[in-house]
Design a protein around this ligand. Structure first.
Ligand code: GLU
Length: 439
């Protein structure tokens, strides 16, 4: 048997729920965040209990033919956390460490994110446990299409709407859309375009979706700078993860006069006191798969990355990065969460004790799902908005959400994460109370 197939066998024998490594269980972090905000808000205990678990957890094992004609078994997930505010919404992740509890945590964060942003969607998340860098584009296409087919009617433009996340892009969304459309009736095909968002513009995507998360992040940073009387011009920042979120945020922030001084990703870490050029670094990462070896900077250790003195730190990679080990190293004024769940509870406490401000994921990275909502609206109405229109609407929604979070934080004397949760939970609780529990 081939080595890969052996590996599959081992991976498929492992428990689905827990992370393979010894890292903290991210679902514990998500639940603890919810508990804290529920207490601060005085959330009804029945509603709290409902929200602690997702509505649906789907695990699909499916075989796919490889380029050499062998077959491999893949494990895919879709967790639908809550849909009281609207259709389930959230990304699909392709990553070797995808597991059930990660999807459960990420799905719940989508519920809070959409409720906070006042977008009429619920929360979901899914993924396939594999490393896309080890597969050809044709294999990735077959993996994507087979998984979409297996999801069947568990997704749909008015039911559950996937989008890109780590390891997935607009091409993968277009394959998902095409597969889903082809399974529908001939007549209704075009009404199904909105089954996924984050598509290429030519196949029904929205202007500005690509940079939306990074753009939203920078809107939050600008609001924070205004509030704290901080000048972004002449400031410095570091980024962890130089994918879609990190690289767009870096490019947009550098246009405001801030200098990128250090970057860390899964290949290594680099730094330059004179500044790294975000556009050139993004091109390098595209070609080489990571920041390691970038000629415009010098290599540093992971610990040095966290210890790099700068004004703003943007974690935009995986969860569980700012923890009891790394948070003490940080020497910055602000952490802006581009990733979902990059800071655990110890991390939160340590940052607060050091007087470092934090803009939480469900606010800071909500630009992505906000423009996904715009894309879905455009699909529903067969409209095409200009980039200026998208940008202006995103700006308004990010500013409103930022102001709401800061208002609650000051009024109730809670941290920004708890304030963001409280607004989301308050809206969800109101709807539960109005509708009641069936029957
Ligand atoms: N994956 C992104 C997130 O975590 C976007 C989700 C979406 O657009 O539905 O927010």
């Amino acid at each position: 048997m081939m080595a890969e197939a052996q590996e599959d066998k081992k991976a498929n024998r492992k428990a689905d729920a827990k992370p393979v490594s010894k890292k903290k269980d991210i679902y514990d972090v998500a639940q603890a965040q919810l508990d804290k905000a529920a207490k601060a808000l005085g959330l009804d205990s029945e509603i709290h209990t409902i929200l602690l678990q997702p509505k649906n957890e789907l695990i699909i094992n499916f075989p796919v033919r490889m380029d050499d004609n062998s077959y491999r078994l893949f494990k895919g997930y879709r967790v639908q956390h809550n849909n009281i505010m609207g259709p389930y919404k959230g990304g699909i992740r392709f990553h070797p460490e995808v597991h059930l509890n990660e999807c459960k945590a990420l799905a719940s964060w989508m519920t809070w994110k959409c409720a906070l942003m006042e977008i009429p969607f619920g929360g979901a998340k899914g993924g396939i446990k594999f490393d896309p860098s080890k597969h050809s584009r044709t294999e990735i296409e077959r993996i994507t299409r087979r998984f979409t087919h297996a999801l069947g009617q568990n997704i749909g433009p008015n039911y559950d709407i996937p989008a890109p996340d780590m390891g997935t892009d607009s091409q993968i969304m277009v394959w998902m859309m095409d597969t889903f459309m082809n399974a529908g009736s001939q007549k209704d095909k075009n009404a199904l375009r909105g089954v996924v968002t984050g598509k290429s513009i030519t196949s029904g995507g929205s202007q500005g979706r690509d940079k939306a998360t990074g753009q939203g992040l920078v809107h939050c940073i600008v609001e924070w700078a205004r509030e704290t009387n901080f000048s972004l011009d002449g400031s410095t920042f570091s980024v962890q993860g130089f994918g879609k979120v990190g690289s767009h945020a870096a490019r947009i922030l550098s246009r405001l006069g801030s200098t990128l001084v250090a970057v860390h990703d899964h290949t290594g870490a680099i730094a330059s006191a004179e500044g790294l050029n975000p556009r050139r670094l993004a091109e390098y990462v595209q070609k080489n798969g990571g920041v390691k070896g970038y000629p415009g900077g010098h290599p540093i250790e992971k610990e040095q990355f966290f210890a790099t003195e700068c004004d703003i730190v943007i974690p935009a990679a995986l969860e569980n990065q700012i923890t009891a080990e790394t948070a003490p190293l940080l020497k910055c004024k602000l952490v802006v969460e581009g990733a979902n769940g990059p800071t655990d509870l110890d991390g939160d406490e340590i940052l607060a004790s050091k007087g470092i401000d934090l803009l939480p994921d469900i606010l800071a990275n909500a630009g992505g799902v906000t423009v996904s909502y715009f894309e879905w609206l455009q699909n529903q109405r067969a409209e095409m908005w200009t980039l200026e229109e998208v940008d202006a609407r995103l700006h308004t929604m990010m500013r409103r959400a930022y102001a709401t979070v800061r208002h609650i934080s000051q009024e109730k004397n809670v941290d920004n994460r708890t304030a963001a949760y409280m607004h989301a939970l308050d809206r969800i609780q109101t709807v539960y109370r109005e509708r009641g529990i069936f029957p």
